[in-house]
Design a protein around this ligand. Structure first.
Ligand SMILES: [Zn+2]
Length: 217
């Protein structure tokens, strides 16, 4: 059954027509070249949140960044167990096939996934009713304790601490993948952490030496 037209589809198609006229046509040569293949030098792992589109934040053109987005911008640890490992598959492709030079994990402010990890409001729910999210963000459980101890489970201070800790968890998990570890050790791959503050639109980069996020000027 084909879904009938809707205001949502109309809005998407109006955008598509703007894209075709305004961006696609002037750059059709770029698109023709991209037909031959992609060679992005950067992989970005970001949240699915509708407010933090990496292509928009970094103003990149098609073909420039290989992007994975999911709840809370998480990278799971290397787990060669049965299952459908979407992030791991994309990571493997980016690192081993596309040979990206850098991977940026970009967390963000007002992240619902991080907030739920903090409050544990979905704890105990079943798959389809919050259980998939609860299981996914349980990856943040390891950093939750100290944050709750210092800031509690609500409020922006606690949330921001969790949002930024999540980036560090993903970076640590990235380094559990042998191919990532190997390439980083050889200097063929650079890992970075970032944080996009929605309220003021400022990007922060993680300085791993001092363990602090600093605003990009
Ligand atoms: Zn988010």
């Amino acid at each position: 059954m084909t879904a009938p037209p809707s205001p949502e589809l109309d809005a998407l198609l109006a955008g598509y027509r703007r894209f075709r006229e305004g961006k696609w046509h002037p750059e059709h040569e770029r698109w023709a070249a991209l037909r031959e293949g992609q060679a992005p030098r950067v992989m970005i792992i970001a949240c699915s949140d509708s407010r933090v589109d990496p292509a928009q934040v970094f103003d990149v053109d098609p073909g420039e960044v290989f992007v994975v987005r999911n709840v809370a911008a998480m990278v799971p640890p290397f787990e060669p167990t049965p299952g459908h490992h979407g992030v791991s598959a994309a990571l493997e492709f980016a690192v081993q096939v596309l040979n990206v030079r850098e991977i940026l994990v970009m967390g963000h402010g007002m992240c619902g996934g991080c907030k739920a990890a903090l409050t544990q409001e979905l704890h105990g729910t079943i798959p389809g009713e919050g259980g998939f999210i609860a299981d996914w963000i349980a990856m943040l459980d390891e950093v939750r304790g100290p944050i709750v101890e210092e800031f509690g489970t609500t409020g922006r201070q606690a949330e921001r601490a969790m949002e930024q800790a999540g980036v560090k968890v993903s970076l640590a998990n990235l380094r559990t993948f042998p191919c990532v570890r190997h390439k980083e050790a050889k200097g063929e791959l650079v890992l970075r952490g970032g944080f996009f503050a929605i309220a003021d639109g400022v990007l922060h980069l993680l300085d791993e030496d001092s363990d602090a996020f600093r605003p990009v000027t």
